[in-house]
Ligand binder design. Structure first.
Ligand code: ADP
Length: 199
């Protein structure tokens, strides 16, 4: 590490933000499986796209299958999973993108570490706080049934812990809030951020 001397590149985040016409930051969705993270992220990304904002969604499908395909769901590997995702999100923010990440990310400390990596001003925590009974009722991927049957160990909410965010920027219970309303809530929260000069 000590022999890695950073090169002084001519362009930085500010230049890329200027080029793209908006600021870049991370919208970090956390919550139980089936709570609605990907659904809301997807609808929000579409809305941002229509407004000309450059975005990218990080989720289990594109990260667990490639970059993190050597990681399990053990506590250590979950932490490493989130650490790598945080570093990727950080690079994408540097590249000028609004990054939407949709991971259960059950450990508070792991989420706080991302806040530190990307900078508190670049991190919006969205807690999708849908009650576990509703997530299990939806059972979008059939995972709750498998976990109940003992076919999955380390399943968050059943036999692995979820640590609630203490001060999320936004909290959404999707049993009371529609996808469209959730998108509006988040858009209202980030509107000033997207086009602010420097924060
Ligand atoms: P997660 O990404 O948190 O695992 P998903 O977005 O994959 O969750 O699944 C959430 C499921 O709940 C989807 O099938 C979605 O259609 C459904 N759903 C029902 N009502 C809502 C709502 N108000 N907001 C978000 N998702 C909802």
């Amino acid at each position: 590490m000590s022999n890695i001397i950073p090169h002084n590149f001519q362009l930085g985040k500010d230049d890329r933000n200027h080029h793209k016409g908006h600021q870049s930051f991370v919208i970090w969705f956390t919550g139980l499986s089936g709570s609605g993270k990907s659904t809301i992220a997807n609808a929000l990304e579409y809305k941002l796209y229509q407004e000309g904002v450059h975005t990218y969604i990080l989720d289990g499908d594109n990260v667990r299958k490639g970059l993190n395909n050597n990681l399990s769901f053990s506590p250590e590997d979950r932490t490493e999973n989130i650490r790598r995702i945080g570093e990727v999100a950080h690079l994408m923010v540097d590249a000028g993108l609004v990054v939407l990440s949709a991971f259960v990310s059950p450990y508070r400390q792991d989420r706080e570490n991302i806040r530190t990596i990307v900078g508190a001003q670049n991190f919006i925590e969205v807690f999708v706080n849908t009650p576990m009974e509703e997530c299990e009722r939806r059972d979008v991927k059939g995972l709750y049934a498998k976990a109940r049957a003992g076919e999955i160990k380390d399943f968050t909410g059943i036999n692995a812990p979820y640590e609630l965010p203490l001060h999320p920027d936004i909290e959404i219970d999707t049993t009371h809030t529609t996808v469209e309303e959730s998108v509006s809530l988040i858009l209202n929260k980030i509107a000033h951020k997207i086009h602010s000069k420097h924060e």
